[in-house]
Design a protein around this ligand. Structure first.
Ligand code: NAD
Length: 255
């Protein structure tokens, strides 16, 4: 298991799903975590269940002001910030011809602006810690193998890849001890996935269709994505930056 003793992370979308599992594993590895989420009560209850090295802050990642407050709250509670996990994201269907304009705007605001705002807001505190640290941005298999019916989602997740590399370059050139990597999950069993299953005649049928989309013949679990994130965020990955790391059972390169 990786060692996060003494490290402090801000995890967006930390109330549940992939973000929630990253937070749990970060704490298990010895670190402290601030959960940032729009689900204030759920995040607070989850933080309480994780113990005294967890806390929560209300954070809508599309608000630069709320980012400033969340970073401030993290510094006030834990005294430093070494890690940022930009996990919060939304997925709404829509093609170039039928995507609702407010869905397009909302997806850009959360998935892309939210990731940029997070990097922008957290970097000064992370650099000031002068400790080895990392940013993990969550992309998607659909950044690498797009689907025409998910225009805004695919476009934002592909942009996150370039954004991560730009921030990785910047940090390296500045001499910050901060690496920046993107993790691209395939279909992963989370509340987001469960909502998609609800669109099929039965959950079993939906899951079989998602599973068939991955050469390994199944959907993934949040623990599997979180383990990859923890590795890339840890000193075990000390010479890896700007990486696109897939956790998708081979889904991005299937024919
Ligand atoms: N589950 C999948 O199959 C899958 C696949 C590929 C990529 N992803 C990506 O992984 C990330 C996490 O997905 P998940 O499945 O855990 O999602 P989820 O919907 O299960 O959980 C997302 C969490 O983010 C929070 N959130 C939503 N909007 C927010 C905002 N504006 N500000 C702060 N918090 C907000 C929600 O309250 C929730 O706690 C997302 O970026 C998603 O696009 C998920």
């Amino acid at each position: 298991m990786v060692d996060m003793t003494g490290k402090v992370a801000l995890v967006t979308g930390g109330a549940e799903g992939i973000g929630g599992e990253i937070a749990r594993q970060f704490i298990d590895a010895g670190g402290s975590v601030m959960l940032g989420d729009i689900q204030t009560e759920k995040a607070a209850a989850y933080a309480a269940s994780l113990g005294t090295r967890a806390a929560s802050a209300t954070l809508d990642v599309s608000s630069l002001e709320q980012w400033a407050a969340a970073v401030k709250a993290t510094m006030a509670r834990f005294g430093k910030l070494t890690h940022l996990f930009n996990v919060a994201g939304i997925s709404e269907p829509g093609s170039v011809e039928d995507v609702e304009l407010d869905s397009w705007d909302r997806t850009l605001a959360i998935n892309l602006n939210g990731t940029f705002y997070g990097c922008r807001s957290a970097l000064p505190a992370m650099a000031a810690s002068n400790e080895s640290g990392a940013i993990i941005n969550i992309g998607s298999m659909l950044a690498l193998r797009v689907g025409g019916g998910f225009l805004a989602y695919c476009a934002t997740k592909a942009a996150v890849t370039a954004l991560s590399k730009c921030v990785a370059l910047h940090c390296a050139e500045k001499g910050y001890k901060i690496r920046v990597n993107t993790v691209h999950p395939g279909a992963i069993r989370t509340p987001m996935f469960e909502r998609y299953l609800g669109l099929f005649p039965s959950a079993e049928e939906g899951e079989a269709i998602f599973a068939a989309n991955h050469p390994m013949g199944r959907v993934g679990e949040a623990e599997e994505v979180a383990r990859a994130c923890l590795f890339l965020a840890s000193d075990d990955a000390s010479f890896s930056t700007g990486v696109d790391f897939t956790v998708d059972g081979g889904g991005n390169f299937r024919s």
